[in-house]
Design a protein around this ligand. Structure first.
Ligand code: CAP
Ligand code: MG
Length: 413
């Protein structure tokens, strides 16, 4: 394999405050030495290509050549410091097209995964970050000292607007804080978005009046950009506080622009599609990188995995992402972690133990699959949360809470 990929290694280099640092895992093609494969990645993600260039001057190399400052062939890791002038700081698309663009397809590597991206302050400051963050969310929902608990209307698709609103009403009545649309529910022939908003907010208001509790509806506004803004504005007009967005299928540029609309809506980030490139530990982009981008752009809540549910994503990885969403980061507000996917009331204590109280726990099947229906399912979820926060064993609490008892009977061996 002919290559011009050289001159990118400098193991004495210490990344500067202004550098963007990428942490890669790579497995080289069998015919390519590890260091050469790493240099290929450094070149292709910045200024180089497969052969010498008459146009790549020493001046450009001096100004813009990234440096591989750490190489560990045994672990398969390579850390690259990129000078900030390689990037249009306020343009996520350009940043990702550089460090997470062509490189994954290069023949020099058999596998390549972008495990982490450490952004310099100069880039982070270009973004708004969460409008509300954890504190702002708790103020809106009026809930302190416990996780928020919610459901996703199920079946994902099929209900009409009135039926959807009724299921939502039952979930709120049973005690849930939050009801959300599913990731593939937008505006369907059988469930028009505007009709669903009218119906669901009408019953949300009814339920708030009856329970005296704040009830949150998270409509999925994911759609082509201009339509997405219109839908978000309609939510606002209806007195909604949240908009849910499928961040990966709408795309980074649209997400940035949606945040820049300053809609004063809490953004709930669904990550549908992430596992196409986050799941393989040897190839793709880690969920940690996606989480950092979502917080930086300005998502207030983000699905991070549920450890004990139906989706992959172990305890260590989920805790690492949770930390990244909460750690101090150049003054950005904290993003609230959302755990969802195959969860039922029996999982609640373990989730609270693993992640603490600053989380949202969402159960779809775990509420609407309850033997006595949605209201009982919502009660069981709320009862499990009460028990977990008080440190009472679920089985003990179930003795005096029949909805929880029925849920445990169905789902906990
Ligand atoms: C959960 C869910 C969520 C997944 C997303 C679903 O429903 O609504 O979209 O949890 O996964 O459609 O599967 P259930 P993640 O509660 O019925 O499983 O949070 O890992 O992105
Ligand atoms: Mg879903």
């Amino acid at each position: 394999m002919t290559t011009s990929y050289k001159g990118y290694v400098d193991l004495s280099y210490k990344p500067g405050k202004g550098d963007l640092v990428a942490d890669f895992f790579l497995e080289p093609n069998a015919k390519v030495p590890f260091e050469e494969a790493a240099q290929a990645v450094a070149a292709e993600s910045s200024i180089g290509t497969w052969t010498e260039l008459s146009t790549l001057t020493q001046d450009i190399l001096k100004r813009l050549r990234p440096k591989i400052f750490e190489l560990d062939e045994k672990k398969g890791t390579a850390k690259i410091a990129y000078p900030i002038d390689l990037f249009e700081a306020g343009n996520i698309s350009q940043i990702m097209s550089s460090v997470a663009g062509n490189v994954f397809g290069m023949k020099e590597v058999d596998s390549l995964r972008l495990n982490d991206l450490i952004f310099p302050e100069k880039i982070v400051k270009e973004y708004k970050g969460p409008e509300f963050g954890i504190e702002g969310i708790r103020k809106i929902v009026g809930v302190k000292g416990r996780p928020l608990v919610g459901t996703i209307i199920k079946p994902k698709l099929g209900l009409n607007a009135k039926e959807h609103a009724k299921v939502a009403y039952n979930a709120w009545l049973g005690g849930l804080d939050i009801v959300k649309d599913d990731e593939n529910l937008s505006s369907m022939a059988f469930n028009n978005f505007r009709e669903r908003m009218n119906e669901t907010f009408r019953l949300r208001d009814k339920c708030e009046g009856e329970t005296g509790e704040k009830k949150i509806y998270m409509p999925n506004v994911s759609s082509p950009f201009k339509e997405m803004v219109k839908r978000a504005q309609l939510v606002k007009e209806k007195g909604g506080e949240y908009a849910m967005v499928d961040v990966l299928t709408v795309g980074w540029g649209a997400l940035q622009e949606l945040r820049n609309e300053n809609l004063k809506l809490v953004f709930h980030a669904h990550r549908a599609g992430h596992a196409a490139f986050t799941r393989n530990p040897k190839h793709g982009i880690s969920m940690l990188v996606i989480a950092r981008l979502c917080r930086m752009i300005g998502m207030d809540q983000l699905h991070i995995g549920a450890i004990f549910g139906k989706m992959e994503g172990g305890k260590e990885e989920v805790q690492e992402i949770d930390n990244a969403l909460k750690q101090d980061w150049f003054g950005l507000k904290k993003t609230l972690s959302v755990c969802s996917g195959g969860l039922h009331p029996g999982h609640v204590p373990s989730l609270v133990k693993a992640l603490g109280k600053d989380i949202v726990i969402q159960m779809g099947g775990g509420v609407h699959g309850h033997p006595q229906g949605t209201i009982a399912g919502a009660k069981a979820a709320r009862q499990a949360l009460e028990a977990a926060v008080q440190g009472i064993e679920l089985k003990q609490y179930a003795k005096t809470h029949k909805e929880l008892e029925a849920a445990l009977e169905k789902w906990v061996a």
